[in-house]
Ligand binder design. Structure first.
Ligand code: ZN
Length: 432
């Protein structure tokens, strides 16, 4: 086996940040003077015995009495040999840091991958590229995938359609080191945009990220939801880019349908979408319906809004207020009534199958205007779940033989039967 050139080893020692590796391994570290302190992951550490010294790019544990540079960290944390650690770091420092089984790491001799962002790109391109990187990382993150699963967000096209991603603390590993000018410059720019904080951490660290696009396909807003619930008290679970909210989530829905389901949170909107209800959008929180959303409703000729805010005090109040505002613009408003205290995601998870359970509430939505409701049950052709079109067996075989690469656009199913008065599917709050 050829010797690893000394220059290569020196380069890794200088260019791969120990601090980023430690953070990427999920260790929370806090600044203490010129050092950073955290709990050592290699022993049962009740205090912060792990010290990281960025100026020297070294780490040390006072409990284990071990330490070193980036290569030593990967050897210890991944349980691999010196050579293997070097290979991992050369191939991709972000993957070297993650806690995948050491055997699964692919040996490779490619150089350190280029930064996921083009260093001289404009601000909008930097945001787009960072979100592209987060999107690529999602499939490498068992934790984020498990989170989607746990929230019932499992539709096979979901991740690609909305370009969901994860900020898995590896972005810093892929940027030039901060001690170099290029590294310092790009970090300063990402900081100005709000993707990196003053502390140097990624703003969306440890979060599932949901980008919101403008009509040109640019990311104009990002919602982040921490995937772990065992956070230090006071850590916010919900994050956005700094500054006023921008963008309309799933704008395609407004183009396709005059009837829109409006949720108070993006996770709720994804819940409807996964259950087949594609004509759905979301506000940015219970008080987060923006002028831009209203303008988009008007531009696209939205006629009817089914407000699917949480069924709690805040949700009820906000739905009432919003209905006044929309109806003043000539948009009919209906209230989807989850059982008391519930939101769309919780309801869909408890009431299986979710498409039927949500469909029931859509058909029973309550008119929010004065006087009698406009005629008939509220159900637009788009407010029925999208299901795969049934294909006769013979055609199915042919289709398979033809190996289609682009699926046909799915047709909306015929309207489901309205529930009968004695339908057992009806749920009382107390049943749940
Ligand atoms: Zn230790």
């Amino acid at each position: 086996m050829p010797r690893i050139p000394e220059a290569e080893i020196e380069r890794l020692k200088n260019e791969v940040s120990v601090q980023c590796l430690v953070e990427a391994a999920g260790v929370e570290i806090k600044r203490a003077g010129k050092d950073w302190l955290g709990r050592c992951p290699f022993h049962d550490d009740a205090e912060a015995s792990l010290v990281v010294t960025p100026a020297k790019n070294l780490w040390h544990c006072f409990g284990c009495q071990i330490g070193g540079g980036p290569i030593d960290w990967v050897m210890k944390s991944r349980g691999v040999s010196f050579r293997h650690a070097v290979e991992l770091l050369k191939a991709d420092p972000s993957s070297a840091a993650s806690a995948a089984a050491p055997g699964a790491a692919k040996r490779s001799s490619v150089r350190v991958l280029p930064a996921p962002v083009v260093l001289d790109a404009d601000d909008q391109a930097l945001v787009n590229q960072t979100l592209d990187y987060y999107h690529q990382r999602l499939q490498q993150s068992p934790e984020a995938l498990a989170y989607l699963q746990a929230r019932g967000l499992v539709h096979p096209e979901l991740v690609a359609t909305f370009k969901l991603g994860v900020a898995d603390r590896t972005l810093g590993l892929r940027l030039p080191d901060k001690s170099r000018k290029a590294g310092a410059d790009i970090r300063a720019r990402l900081q100005k945009i709000g993707l990196i904080r003053d502390s140097g951490h990624e703003h969306f660290n440890g979060s599932l990220v949901i980008p919101v696009f403008d009509e040109g396909g640019n990311v104009v807003e990002v919602y982040g939801r921490k995937v772990r619930d065992d956070l230090r008290p006071g850590t916010p679970k919900h994050l956005y880019l700094p500054g006023p909210h921008r963008g309309v989530f799933n704008r395609a829905a407004l183009t396709a349908s005059r009837e829109i389901i409006l949720c108070e949170a993006l996770i709720d909107a994804l819940t409807f979408w996964c259950a087949g209800y594609r004509n759905v959008t979301a506000a940015y929180g219970v008080e987060g319906f923006t002028d831009e959303m209203l303008a988009a409703f008007k531009t696209h000729g939205t006629q009817r809004v089914l407000i699917a805010y949480d069924r709690d005090d805040a949700g009820e109040r906000a739905a009432e207020k919003l209905a006044q505002r929309l109806m003043a613009e000539g948009i009919e408003c209906w209230r989807i009534q989850f059982p008391k205290g519930m939101d769309a995601n919780e309801y869909a998870q408890k009431m299986q199958p979710a498409d039927k359970a949500l469909g029931l509430l859509i058909r029973k939505a309550q008119w929010m205007g004065n006087g009698a409701a406009p005629d008939g049950p509220v159900v637009d052709i788009h407010t029925v779940p999208v299901r795969p079109k049934p294909v006769p067996p013979s055609l199915a075989a042919e289709a398979e033989a033809a190996a289609p690469t682009t699926p046909e656009p799915t047709q909306a199913s015929p309207l489901p039967e309205a529930p009968k008065a004695d339908t057992p599917a009806e749920q009382n709050d107390t049943d749940l």
